[in-house]
Design a protein around this ligand. Structure first.
Ligand code: S3P
Length: 175
C-alpha cells in the first residue's frame, strides 16, 4: 500500500509524514530527497542549472519509479508534484492521497524562515503572503482531488499518526 502526502511548501509534509510512517510501520520516502540523491545535487541546484521544466520532468519520472516500488510506503511529495502532468491521477490510482489543507497565513508564517532552500520563493521580490495566496489558488484544483483533505487543526503529529493508522486499517475517513 502507498499513502501520498500532498500540500503546499511548508505544510509539514516531510516532518508529519516521517513521524506518521515511523509509528505505523510504513517506509517513509520524501520525493524531493529521492530526486536529490538520484541527481547528486540539491533541488535548488537543479532549478538554477536546468530550470523548472527539467525539474518537473525529473519529478514525474521519480514519482513513476516510486509508484512501482513494492511494499508499504508513506510518500511525501513536493509541493508542486500534484500540479504537473497526470501526477495527481497517478497518485490517486496507486494509493491514498492526503492533502494537508493549511491556510495561506499559516503557510506564510512557516515559510518565512526557510525561504533559502526553496527555489520558488528564494528570490521573491514581492510580498510572501501574496505569493502564497495566489499560488495556493492556482493549485487548489489539483490539491482538492485528494481522497482525504486534512484540515489545518488535524495537521499535527498526534492526529496524523492516528489518521494514517485508520487508513492502514481500511477505515473510510471524512472530516
Ligand atoms: C515545490 C516544492 C518543493 C520542491 C520544489 C518545488 C513547489 O517541495 O519540490 O522546490 O513547486 O511547490 P516542498 O513542498 O517539500 O518544499
Amino acid at each position: 500500500m502507498k499513502i501520498f502526502l500532498i500540500g503546499f511548501m511548508g505544510a509539514g509534509k516531510s516532518s508529519l509524514g516521517r513521524y506518521a510512517a515511523r509509528h505505523n510501520d510504513l517506509v517513509f520516502l520524501d520525493l524531493d530527497e529521492y530526486i536529490e540523491k538520484q541527481q547528486g545535487r540539491s533541488i535548488r541546484e537543479i532549478f538554477s542549472g536546468e530550470g523548472e521544466p527539467a525539474f518537473r520532468e525529473m519529478e514525474r519520472e521519480a514519482l513513476r519509479e516510486v509508484i512501482a516500488l513494492e511494499g508499504d510506503w508513506l510518500v511525501s511529495s513536493g509541493g508542486g508534484t500534484p500540479c504537473y502532468f497526470d501526477n495527481m491521477e497517478q497518485m490517486n490510482a496507486h494509493g491514498t492521497t492526503l492533502y494537508l489543507d493549511l491556510s495561506s497565513a499559516r503557510l506564510t508564517d512557516r515559510l518565512r524562515n526557510s525561504k533559502g532552500k526553496r527555489p520558488l520563493i528564494a528570490g521573491l521580490k514581492g510580498d510572501l503572503q501574496t505569493f502564497v495566496h495566489h499560488k495556493l489558488l492556482e493549485r487548489a484544483a489539483f490539491y482538492s482531488q485528494a481522497q482525504l483533505i486534512v484540515p489545518e487543526e488535524f495537521a499535527n503529529k498526534r492526529d496524523m499518526k492516528e489518521i494514517v493508522a485508520q487508513i492502514k486499517a481500511g477505515t473510510k475517513l471524512t472530516f
